[in-house]
Design a protein around this ligand. Structure first.
Ligand SMILES: O=C(O)CCC(=O)C(=O)O
Ligand SMILES: [Fe+2]
Length: 287
């Protein structure tokens, strides 16, 4: 029998720490319900000091949905666990991710959530920032909300894995995968700029800088102006929680209503994370 977890908000924007739970153990249905409810309420969950094997991480992810196996990331997964990616940076592999995004928005059905587990953390640096996209939407004026509700953005995997993700490109080439050829197979997709969260039913702003090429139906100048405004808007301090990692932290975030940014400030120190994506559905807007 597991004790009832304690859920404590960790910032006014989003995020809660979940205490008194050991994720290496079998948890009761009630405990999972508490965790799932906390996830929907706080969008980012933090579990400190968890000693977890890859099997434990997979079981955790499965409590929310099916773990995603990414073809292009197979060379960077734990052997025997194609669902568990390795994010490893050190003196030979400088950190590359350094921009706000929501994961894999260039796919028709982006993952609903991501699990990140800290194996090795630099003594200082390597924080991850999270921004609340419900707040970002709700803070807009009514006319701006009305405008965005009628718009869709084009998300393209080829854009994300071009210039913005130079490190991944290089690493793929090292593994014998030609990124241009590989990503040619993925057509660009259109997603609403504002999406309804399928569980909470709340509306959230849905953009992702590395993937978005333009807003459909606008002139290039209009699209640029709206996107520039929104990219600045999501960086509003009041929407943000900044996570300082400790070894054995597990963080789960909701890609449907948050964005995140991994600060690439710790070179040449080492940072190693285990990462899983949880399958999601096509973004939609209920009007
Ligand atoms: O390494 C991090 O803190 C987050 C990296 C990231 O963007 C991700 O895992 O999706
Ligand atoms: Fe990410």
């Amino acid at each position: 029998m597991s004790a009832t977890p304690v859920v404590e908000p960790i910032s006014l924007a989003l995020g809660a720490e979940v205490r008194a739970v050991d994720l290496s153990q079998e948890l009761s249905q009630e405990t999972w319900e508490t965790i799932r409810n906390a996830f929907h309420q706080h969008s980012v969950l933090i579990f400190r000091n968890q000693e977890l094997a890859v099997e434990d991480l997979s079981r955790f992810a499965r409590a929310f949905g099916e773990p995603v196996i990414h073809e292009h990331l197979l060379p960077f997964t734990v052997e025997g666990h194609p669902e568990c990616m390795l994010l490893h940076n050190n003196a030979e592999k400088p950190p590359g991710l350094n921009s706000w995004h929501t994961d894999n928005s260039g796919w028709p059905r982006p993952p609903l959530g991501t699990v990140l587990y800290a194996k090795i953390t630099p003594e200082i640096g390597g924080d991850t920032l999270f921004s609340n996209m419900y707040m970002a939407y709700e803070a807009l004026s009514r006319p701006m909300q009305e405008l965005l509700l009628g718009l869709k953005a084009v998300h393209d995997v080829k854009k994300a894995f071009g210039s913005d993700y130079g490190t991944l490109q290089r690493n793929l080439r090292k593994k014998g995968i030609d990124p241009d050829e590989h990503f040619e197979r993925y057509p660009a997709v259109e997603h609403p700029l504002v999406r309804t969260h399928p569980t909470t039913k709340r509306r959230a702003l849905y953009i992702s800088g590395p993937y978005v090429t333009h807003v459909s139906g606008l002139s290039p100048a209009e699209s640029r102006a709206i996107l520039d405004f929104l990219y600045r808007h999501i960086e509003t301090n009041e929407f943000i929680y900044r996570h300082k990692w400790q070894r054995r932290d597990l963080v789960l975030w909701d890609n449907r209503c948050t964005q995140h940014l991994a600060v690439a400030d710790y070179f040449p120190r080492e940072r190693l994370m285990h990462r899983l994506n949880i399958a999601g559905e096509a973004p939609f807007l209920d009007r």
